[in-house]
Design a protein around this ligand. Structure first.
Ligand code: FAD
Ligand code: NAP
Length: 337
């Protein structure tokens, strides 16, 4: 384990923000993590656990220890006629895991194709896309308890998964380092292609639904709509899709009859944040190098040299404006440091 000083975090965040970490360490083994945490405690440093940096906005230099998780490996730990349980180390790349499962025809995560980042970060916000969430295949995880150095097991109910939420973003925030995640995958996949864009893609291309074809459909839809962080800095959706009450939904629908919305229960509706932001006139907006993507307004972008605080200020302006226009408060999905 090598603790480095004054390291640029630009290569470690997909927004491409130029900030520095006072200390930086990459951990390949559990004993590296133990040593790094001992150093952090001894020097009373703030701690930041880093995966692929695809859900983070740095607004200033980090005056503490950045601990990058690079634990690798995966193994089948159990199998029966219909399922297999795959234990995956936290540093593995999420999309490479999806490709591996798709190639083996193990169903469950094909709709989550092309989500950037690591396996260890996936439970943090219960990653989801195209009608599927991690929790549907999640069996358990192992996590390092920072305060005691013990390793604790979390089953699904312990994680308190919600819409882009988990216990690790709330009650247990900054208390655990996720080390490995076990997924329960399907040998006889149950396919989910109910999402409109996926259905449309399959029917337009006359493709029979399968684990492979759904993964490919999602891949192509995403490539056509979302900015590639390797080309233009971003961290995916900046805000979560808000939930509104039935009363609020009906009130908005009177003024905006074309407003899309999805019913969650008889009193709750989900309204796409992208639609609200676009209606408020922000799509394609730019202020210096900070901007709003021209195809997907939920994605804020760094066109080159934007500072983290400039992107954050732009996000605040959008939030205020959407609140004033629709009475809907957007919540940030990206983790702000
Ligand atoms: P990081 O950004 O490194 O970290 C995110 C948070 O998790 C931080 O608070 C960090 O401290 C914490 N963390 C990371 N690893 C660990 C660990 N091992 N233990 C404890 N804490 C940890 N998300 C979706 O849900 N659905 C999508 O469809 C989606 N699409 C995206 C598309 C693009 C183009 C981009 C850029 C992002 C997208 N995201 C999406 C967001 C992001 O990819 C996911 O949230 C991903 O899981 C983040 O992984 P990461 O390793 O990059 O996490
Ligand atoms: P979209 O298809 O334009 O749909 C807009 C929003 O409407 C989505 O966010 C989705 O909510 C909701 N929606 C659409 N069809 C739905 C249905 N049948 N039932 C319930 N809700 C529905 O969305 P998009 O921007 O192209 O993204 C496609 C998928 O990828 C979405 O699931 C989105 O969450 C995911 N994605 C996430 C990120 C991220 O960073 N978090 C980035 C890019 C894409 P949901 O978000 O709940 O699905």
């Amino acid at each position: 384990m090598q603790i480095q000083e004054n390291i640029s975090l630009k290569p470690y965040n997909t927004f491409g923000i130029k900030v520095q970490a006072r200390y930086f360490v990459e951990c390949f083994h559990i004993h590296d993590i133990c040593d790094a945490i001992a150093f952090q405690k001894e020097n009373k440093l703030p701690l930041l656990i880093l995966g692929g940096g695809s859900n983070i906005l740095f607004t200033k230099d980090f005056e503490g220890l950045v601990l990058k998780i690079s634990l690798f490996g995966k193994k089948i730990i159990k199998e029966d006629e219909n399922h297999l349980w795959l234990k995956v180390q936290a540093g593995e790349n999420w999309n490479e895991l999806v490709e591996y499962c798709v190639a083996n025809n193990w169903g469950g995560i094909e709709n989550l194709t092309l989500i950037p980042g690591t396996v260890g970060a996936a439970p943090m916000q219960n990653i989801g896309a195209y009608g599927v969430e991690l929790q549907e295949v999640f069996e358990c995880l192992e996590a390092f308890h920072i305060a005691t150095g013990e390793i604790h097991r979390f089953d699904k109910k312990d994680c308190k998964f919600g819409y882009r939420e988990s216990v690790f973003k709330n009650e247990l925030k900054n208390q655990y380092i996720i080390l490995a995640v076990t997924l329960k995958l399907f040998k006889n996949p149950i396919l989910n292609y109910s999402y409109a864009d996926v259905q449309k893609f399959l029917s337009e291309h006359h493709i029979t639904p399968s684990v492979q074809s759904i993964s490919e459909a999602v891949r192509q839809i995403r490539l056509a709509k979302l900015p590639n962080p390797a080309e233009i800095g971003n961290a995916g959706s900046f805000f979560k899709n808000p939930y509104v009450s039935k009363k609020h939904y009906e009130y908005l629908k009177r003024d905006y009859p074309n407003m899309p919305a999805y019913t969650l229960d008889e009193n709750t509706y989900k309204v796409p944040a992208a639609w609200l932001i676009e209606q408020a006139g922000w799509k394609g907006y730019q202020e210096g190098d900070a901007g709003v993507h021209h195809k997907q307004p939920l994605v804020l972008i760094n066109k080159g040299n934007a500072k983290g605080h400039e992107i954050w200020q732009l996000a605040q302006k959008i939030k205020k404006n959407v609140e004033a226009k629709f009475g809907v408060t957007l919540q940030t999905e990206v983790n702000i440091y």
